[in-house]
Design a protein around this ligand. Sequence first.
Ligand SMILES: NC(=O)c1ccc[n+]([C@@H]2O[C@H](COP(=O)([O-])OP(=O)(O)OC[C@H]3O[C@@H](n4cnc5c(N)ncnc54)[C@H](OP(=O)(O)O)[C@@H]3O)[C@@H](O)[C@H]2O)c1
Length: 289
Amino acid sequence: MSVRSGYDHRMRTHCFRILILGASGFVGSALQAQLGARHEVVGASRSGRVRVDLGDGAAVRGLVRQRFDVVIHTAGVVDLAAAQRDPELAYAANVEPMAALLDAVEETGAKLVYLSTDNVFDGTREFYDETATRAPINVYGRTKAAAEDLVLARDRHLVVRLPLVYGRSPGSDKFLARFAAPEIEARTDIVCNPLYLPGLAVMLEQLFELSGVAHVGGAETLSRFELTTRVRDRLGAPAQIIPTDASTRVEDCPRPRRLVLRSVRHPLTGPDVDSALDDLTGVRQWTGR
Ligand SMILES: NC(=O)c1ccc[n+]([C@@H]2O[C@H](COP(=O)([O-])OP(=O)(O)OC[C@H]3O[C@@H](n4cnc5c(N)ncnc54)[C@H](OP(=O)(O)O)[C@@H]3O)[C@@H](O)[C@H]2O)c1
């Protein structure tokens, strides 16, 4: 696979052999299902059918040696509060496996697509594009920034930064499950441009040829409270949404207040929330095109 610096619309037509690390997770399982329709995809995680622990460098090398064009790395500690409580665990999962993984990927000529986060930014700016300076304010963001550095030091791989991701996932119910609770707390003072999960695979396919950093995000900027309320309303869930903010909630982790991801590298964007919710509730299918 060639690596060029430009955005290439034709990429979607190629069939790649793809390895997804973290394929049992919220994002990884959706990518496996969707990319699997057009590419040859192997999904691995600690608990899935193909098992690998990222901490086991030899096992990672053995898996990666099965010759892939693209390795999409989605695995690790993603819970911000858990990372804040146990920084050693977060570094062990998110940073330490990177060197062995990168060595293995480079040995085979594959390309690494590393999924990172808007939490590498501090939330003090109106928006962040790929030229913005990172300044993480929590442990999770610092581990992701450290992993990004290792990926970017190798020159031809790709870091894709995501905002909050929402929607249905075949492997994890973590976004929708909360709507079964009688009450849901949601912050009014935390704002982002959330990305509808079913749109991500199509976007990634079009970014595979890029290297360096690429941001992806949704078309609309809104608070967690607004997003939660709109999803609740469309699902018809009985949950009461309790508005909270920094003054009413003891924070389990420092959280950036405003994280809006924009791109200067490509024109792709996820759907607005109403289109996403049409898709989620089966009113109209959003194809990503
Ligand atoms: N969800 C979001 O809103 C969001 C927002 C921004 C960025 N991201 C990024 O997107 C990626 C995926 O997030 P997610 O929400 O899908 O996370 P998730 O649901 O927690 O899934 C994480 C995956 O990592 C695997 N994993 C964890 N430790 C592992 C290890 N030592 N070895 C092998 N596999 C391991 C887990 O599987 P096992 O437990 O089976 O090992 C699981 O498949 C992450 O890189 C995250 O930083 C997510």
